[in-house]
Design a protein around this ligand. Sequence first.
Ligand code: AMP
Length: 196
Amino acid sequence: MASSPVRPLRAIAIFCGSNVGEGDAYTTAAAALGTAMARRGIAIVYGGTHKGLMGNLADAALAGGGQVHGVITRRLHDKGHLHPSLSKSEVVDGMRARKERMLDLADACIALPGGIGTAEEFMEAWTLNQLGDVDKPVGLLNVDGYYDSFMGFIDTMIERKFLPAAHRDGISLDPDADALIDKLAVFEKPTVAKWM
Ligand code: AMP
């Protein structure tokens, strides 16, 4: 069998919690992702703040000599949420403009554990891929099984015929940062139509 072509991953958009979550597992995983991306020379595009897992991610990548590009909204910037030492930052009008800009700058997207903001950003990116508006693979860093129940809901969509089974493979899933990036690099989008 022919092997999958490797996608160039120059930058990955990272969606993650503006809180750190309970215990050490999430902060450790965010830092490990930042370190791995710096080591691999892949730039981070993210929400631009020092808050929550976003801060852990950015700090680790910067400490490893990585490129970290923040895209923050005017309102959050004016509240003082901008990380003070990013490689690059830009201020945009609102959340919609920010999502569009983050996706423009990235070759792929990863969601770490997070709240509704993280879920919304991830779902939009996955939807745009499903509709063929972009070809930028999406992955979930499944730290401590955080996304198991979410994938269970995706299975319900499949069982009830709202989603073709092959589209489950439109999400790459792994608990390990390097393994997840490797999956995104060889991702091949499902060829099955969205409409059944
Ligand atoms: P949540 O998962 O609800 O904590 O929201 C996190 C996501 O929403 C991140 O990926 C950010 O893009 C955005 N976001 C929420 N709060 C902030 C903040 N204080 N600064 C920057 N981005 C934020």
